[in-house]
Design a protein around this ligand. Structure first.
Ligand SMILES: Cc1cc2nc3c(=O)[nH]c(=O)nc-3n(C[C@H](O)[C@H](O)[C@H](O)COP(=O)(O)OP(=O)(O)OC[C@H]3O[C@@H](n4cnc5c(N)ncnc54)[C@H](O)[C@@H]3O)c2cc1C
Length: 526
């Protein structure tokens, strides 16, 4: 079924959209700010925020907007910070995927799950847990809000990534609404079959992964299913230097022992302590109990965490945290022991509080979108080959040293987060914090009772300009080292740094699926 509508210049876009999805699902005026502001900032307001509730409605909305020559921007959970879904012009609509949030099919026999693109990772996990099933990659830390469609559109890494790779490695098939409003299907669905296999000629699903919505709107996505492992071990290690940490992570990645891992520096760890103290421990305890294979295991873990207190979070300049899974408890223990051997060459084992909390609560409320004292927060990241991590670390350290006077005067500070991607790449993420007030984004994303406990912040134009400059300088530094990026949005270079042949091919594909250049203009520099 499809819905069509006559678009004439005399009919305002918002009115056209109301006719398609109903007036209750079209937002105009000041209320749009909550949708058109990402974690970092806002740019300009669209004509309307539109919330389609079915695939035919989505098709009609996209088709009607592009026939009116309006640009189309798409917001999933809104948890990005690179202008990805931010409108760059006002003759546009911003589609919010929040109502396309149904789990379409869990096919246990053929081991796949199909979801509408607006389903969050948390919702998906909650649907699969009772069936003892999981998807291989099962979401970013922001999965309480982040959607399957958003993560597939900008590449995501975290839960399940050490063992199973990034978001794009957990796709079987997609249905994508193109600028015309028609639907393109990938993998086995491209020949009208059930979405049971991705590999069928050229990888069309891969083309749309990481496209930031410039090639179309993902409507439905199918992911593979695996049996969930109950047995797991959580481990943490402290390191004195970044090169020692990076080398240990590199060595561990060659053996693929863990399901997931992440490493942080002392500045981020200190923030975790303050947030934990503000948000209370009830959720953490409940999470540890729910994720433990037995009540006895939960009790042991909670006692261990209570004994360690917050000392484990203050242990060293760098800390690496791992979750290891096994088919049996013995299997998990063997892998954990091997990891211990590798990590203690240069590191020291510390209390496993942090990964135990993450295992218990993989999708925490979005407290981390603000600093521990309510500061504003934005991460800047890049993937590097292992061989360049040491020199990049020196360059970043030198950049911060050169700005240290201004940073301390303005109250700007930084932290670091690290991970390996497969065995070949290292994620080096810098987080910037600065004094400021919560934005329209935070007011809708962060629980109000937590916001109420934060000291009141104040915005300062000089600080905002300084942070923006620093962010741009970091992006340039990453470029200098040949780093690659997920979440390209409208922040990181892409089109401008591609080889001519690659750029020409991508531009011709863009023209084929979006001849008017109306899908997320400005994204990927295409
Ligand atoms: C606290 C916090 C923790 C985070 N942790 C992680 C992490 O662990 N790993 C990680 O990789 N990232 C992380 N992120 C970044 C971000 O949340 C994720 O990358 C997430 O996948 C974004 O999903 P989303 O639904 O919020 O996408 P959005 O922010 O809504 O959109 C992202 C991009 O995808 C496009 N898009 C969204 N939906 C569609 C669709 N249906 N069709 C086409 N295009 C679409 C948008 O236009 C935009 O360009 C984190 C962010 C926060 C705030």
């Amino acid at each position: 079924m499809s819905i069509s509508v006559q678009v004439t210049p005399a009919v305002p876009l918002a009115e056209v959209m109301s006719g398609l999805v109903g007036p209750d699902h079209v937002i105009v005026g000041a209320a749009m700010a909550a949708f058109a502001t990402d974690v970092y900032r806002a740019r300009c307001s669209p004509s309307a925020v539109v919330r389609p509730g079915t695939l035919p409605e989505l098709q009609a909305v996209v088709g009607a907007a592009t026939s009116a020559r309006a640009a189309v921007f798409v917001r999933g959970g809104g948890a990005s910070y690179t202008d990805g879904y931010l409108p760059t012009r006002s003759d546009s609509i911003l589609i919010d995927m929040g109502r396309l949030n149904r789990i379409v099919e869990i096919n246990q026999r053929d081991a796949y799950v199909t979801v509408e693109a607006g389903v969050t990772w948390k919702t998906l996990k909650e649907a699969l847990d009772p069936l003892n099933l999981r998807t291989p990659f099962f979401g970013p830390f922001s999965g309480i809000a982040a959607t399957v469609g958003g993560s597939m559109s900008q590449h995501s890494i975290s839960h399940g990534s050490s063992e199973h790779g990034i978001s794009a490695q957990s796709v079987i098939a997609m249905d994508v609404v193109l600028a015309s409003g028609s639907v393109l299907s990938t993998g086995s669905s491209a020949r009208g079959a059930a979405p049971f296999c991705r590999w069928y000629g050229p990888d069309l699903a891969g083309l749309f992964c990481g496209d930031c919505g410039v090639l179309g709107v993902k409507a439905r996505i199918t992911l593979p299913l695996l049996r969930r492992a109950d047995a797991f071990e959580c481990l943490s290690f402290a390191f004195q230097t970044l090169p020692a940490l990076a080398d240990a992570l590199r060595t561990a990645s060659l053996e693929r022992l863990d399901d997931e891992h992440f490493a942080i520096d002392a500045a981020i760890a200190q923030g975790q302590i303050a947030r934990q103290e503000r948000s209370g421990k009830r959720g953490l305890v409940a999470g540890v109990i729910a994720s433990s294979p037995s009540k006895w295991a939960a009790l042991k873990q909670l006692v261990r965490m209570a004994r360690a207190g917050t000392d484990a979070l203050r242990a060293a300049p760098y800390m690496a945290h791992f979750i290891v899974e096994g088919v049996t408890a013995r299997d998990a223990r063997i892998k954990a022991d091997r990891l211990r051997t590798l990590m203690t060459v240069a590191g020291a084992e510390i209390s496993n509080t942090v990964p135990a909390v993450v295992r218990g609560m993989p999708f925490a409320p979005l407290y981390n979108t603000l600093g521990p004292n309510g500061e504003r927060w934005v991460p800047v990241h890049g993937y590097l080959p292992h061989s360049r991590v040491g020199e990049f670390h020196e360059a970043v350290t030198a950049l911060f040293a050169s700005r240290s006077d201004q940073m301390s005067r303005l109250g700007v500070w930084n932290g670091g987060m690290f991970m390996t991607m497969g065995s070949t790449a290292f994620l080096y993420e810098v987080a910037l914090y600065w004094p400021g007030r919560p934005s329209a984004y935070h007011l809708q994303a962060v629980p109000a009772d937590y916001l109420a406990k934060l000291p009141p912040g104040a915005d300062c134009a000089e600080t905002v300009a300084f942070v923006d400059r620093l962010k741009q300088d970091l992006v340039a530094l990453y470029a200098q080292f040949g780093a690659l990026h997920f979440q390209l949005g409208k922040t990181y270079p892409f089109g401008s740094v591609l080889q001519p042949e690659s750029l020409a091919l991508l531009r011709s594909i863009k023209r084929a699926v979006d001849p008017g250049g109306l899908m997320n203009p400005g994204g990927l520099e295409l």
